[in-house]
Design a protein around this ligand. Sequence first.
Ligand SMILES: C[S@@+](CC[C@H](N)C(=O)[O-])C[C@H]1O[C@@H](n2cnc3c(N)ncnc32)[C@H](O)[C@@H]1O
Length: 222
Amino acid sequence: MARTASSKKWLREHENDTYVQRARKDGYRSRAIYKLIEIDDKDRLLRPGAIVVDLGAAPGSWSQLAARRVQPGGRVYALDLLPMEPLAGVEFVLGDFTTESVLRDLEARLGGRRVDLVLSDMAPNISGVASMDQARAVDLAELALEFALGRLGPEGAFLVKTFQGAGHPGFRQRMLESFETVASRKPAASRDRSSEQFMLGRRPRAQPDPEQGEAGNATGKF
Ligand SMILES: C[S@@+](CC[C@H](N)C(=O)[O-])C[C@H]1O[C@@H](n2cnc3c(N)ncnc32)[C@H](O)[C@@H]1O
């Protein structure tokens, strides 16, 4: 199939990107790893023994880093719509995070254990309609937040990719209501022209229990 002018331009930029070249040289699956390396070197999220859930994990560079940094004793549960080549120390769930059956599959693998860190680098496939793409990105971030609140322990952390635009202020507000501390991160490997930024929430606040009508701990439901 003939390449369009824009896909040729993207390919040219991709090939010239220093992070792409570095990732190839260092044996990483994606340039995205340098975003997590920078954030983790500053925020110390990946600790030995940690249980980590990596949402939107393919092709797998974040999982590569997480699996290494949680040793000894840690475990990574990765999930994506797209297949991913196996990685030692990583259990992979193939499927759409927005569907009930895929969530149940992930839940079953976690087997009631508390999670120390939920990562979400999920990004929707770009449709070209900016308002629709933004709405989908916010929906994915909201779902990841809901999952994190149901699963994280009291010292847990949630790192999520977000995009500036409609819905972002509301999502930021929910993060502020949900965690003791919230910080924004724009690592050097995140392209300047992209409205992408990461939000990091640490130590979930007690969530109101909708059945009790009063504050209680996160329930494990999502
Ligand atoms: C930027 S990539 C992630 C790169 C990854 N962090 C890495 O280091 O290799 C975003 C991923 O989100 C996934 N994704 C988007 N929507 C999803 C959904 N509803 N359920 C599961 N994965 C999803 C895409 O398939 C894509 O692989």
